[in-house]
Design a protein around this ligand. Structure first.
Ligand SMILES: Cc1cc2nc3c(=O)[nH]c(=O)nc-3n(C[C@H](O)[C@H](O)[C@H](O)COP(=O)(O)OP(=O)(O)OC[C@H]3O[C@@H](n4cnc5c(N)ncnc54)[C@H](O)[C@@H]3O)c2cc1C
Length: 419
């Protein structure tokens, strides 16, 4: 692939685009651009979904998105998921909502949470303990109720990433496995990527390298400040006698989101399991879902780590907290065989919002990165980034996702939380 440098100066609608990073964001962007007739080359240093996209829980978590731009992006993405489920290979799209189960201890929080989220436009209702157990038969008798959030969904993230890439390839995209060593700059413009397999050039480049974005952009003198979160998962053997198709959350979830902690009546002691005080450095997005093959996925401890190349192996503290809290909250889980545990690194920006943006100082360069909840917003982010690359107005306001915000270019603190 090559580009005529003189025509590149005047291009507004690129004919060719290199996307670095075959995670959910790069793959979604690749599909939407390829469908518009753009010649797409998708580059990854490892394999499709090797990063966080092949390792996540697959929750399309509407109920935990902060109000405003974050929720708007999630709603765009949520509207695209059913179409993708019809159009691309199967990725186990489950659209029966999520339940957040709770005990008497959490009752003071529930009405306020549901009122807030309903006002934000999210369809949800409070159900009693019996209905909660119908939706998820694993839940014990002392669960007094659940919030049923109707627009939440879940997917198989690895299958989803593979399906997006396969669909993009059917539309003509090329996939290249190579290490993106640096951006190729000519006459103040980004015209390609230098890779371990040689130089690739195109009319535009989209950097969708997840947690590794700071490293690639730094080589072009562009700052990109992130904090890094190690998150972990476990998989049980298939559970044959119990089936459920809602995404399940436990009450520890409430602790992880800033907008929830600001609700009237919130108190850590209402939501944190006593064991969580022993390992305060580890947060827990308490979740259980059942895959199509009957296996359960359990998660999801969160720890700050120094960088993207920190260990992507599960930790004792993370797994201890997951098994202890979930095992206590849902005793039916206690004796299930554990088949597999794994971890991944997800990026987080200082204001919780990803970057979906051109780079004003470097024409030809676009960024789709900084996603801490990329399964939730992936298709929406891909759609917005594809529109920006094409010079089209996105269907939502992309200003909040600009690259040149201070939290991205100047820095973030480690006290950043998920929402
Ligand atoms: C355990 C876990 C659970 C999670 N659960 C959820 C959840 O339930 N819901 C949710 O919404 N989000 C969840 N997340 C977060 C979600 O996985 C990420 O937000 C999302 O996958 C980010 O996608 P991405 O495409 O930006 O990055 P990634 O998937 O990390 O992809 C980046 C890709 O870029 C490639 N790359 C990097 N640098 C280069 C280079 N120089 N050259 C070539 N290739 C390069 C990498 O190999 C990688 O494949 C979870 C994350 C983890 C780890």
């Amino acid at each position: 692939m090559s580009v005529n440098a003189s025509s590149a100066q005047s291009v507004t609608r690129p004919e060719s685009v290199i996307i670095v990073g075959a995670g959910i964001i790069g793959a979604s962007t690749a599909l939407y651009l390829a469908r518009e007739g753009v010649s797409v080359t998708l580059v990854d240093q490892h394999s499709i979904g090797w990063g966080a996209s092949g390792r996540n829980a697959g929750y399309i978590s509407m109920l935990s998105r902060a109000p405003g731009a974050e929720l708007e992006l999630a709603q765009l993405s949520r509207s695209l998921y059913p179409q993708l489920a019809d159009e691309i290979d199967d990725f186990e799209f489950q659209a029966n909502g999520a339940v957040v189960f709770y005990y008497e201890d959490q009752l003071p929080l529930i009405d306020g949470f549901v009122a807030r989220r309903t006002a934000d436009g999210l369809p949800m209702e409070i159900v009693d303990g019996d209905r909660a157990r119908e939706l998820c038969p694993l839940l014990p008798e002392d669960v007094v109720g659940a919030i049923h959030s109707k627009s939440d969904c879940y997917i198989h993230p690895g299958k989803f990433t593979e399906a997006l890439v396969a669909a993009a390839v059917k539309e003509g995209a090329n996939v290249v496995f190579a290490d993106g060593l640096g951006l190729e700059l000519r006459d103040g413009r980004c015209v390609g990527v230098d890779t371990s397999e040689g130089l690739l050039t195109a009319d535009a480049v989209a950097v969708c390298t997840g947690s590794w974005t700071s490293q690639l952009l730094a080589k072009a003198g562009l700052p990109f400040h992130l904090v890094h979160l190690r998150m972990q998962m476990a998989q049980t053997a298939p559970v044959e006698d119990t089936r459920f198709d809602v995404a399940v959350y436990g009450p520890s979830l409430f602790h992880e989101y800033a907008f929830v902690r600001e609700l009237p009546g919130y108190d850590d002691d209402l939501v944190l399991h006593p064991l969580q005080h022993i390992m305060p450095e580890v947060g827990l997005l308490e979740l259980v879902c059942q895959r199509a093959d009957g296996r359960l996925w359990l998660g999801c401890p969160i720890e700050f780590v120094d960088g993207p190349d920190d260990s992507q192996e599960p930790t004792v503290a993370g797994m201890a907290q997951t098994f202890a809290v979930l095992g206590d909250h849902i005793p039916a889980l206690q004796h299930l065989p554990v088949e597999r545990i794994w971890a991944g690194i997800a990026p987080q920006t200082g204001d919780g919002k990803p970057v979906l943006s051109k780079v004003p100082s470097l024409p030809g360069l676009f960024i789709g990165a900084g996603h801490a909840y990329g399964a939730t917003v992936g298709p929406g982010s891909g759609r917005v980034l594809a529109d920006l690359v094409l010079g089209q107005e996105p269907s939502i306001d992309a200003e909040p996702f600009r690259y040149d915000r201070a939290v991205i270019t100047e820095g973030v603190s480690r006290s950043v939380t998920l929402g």
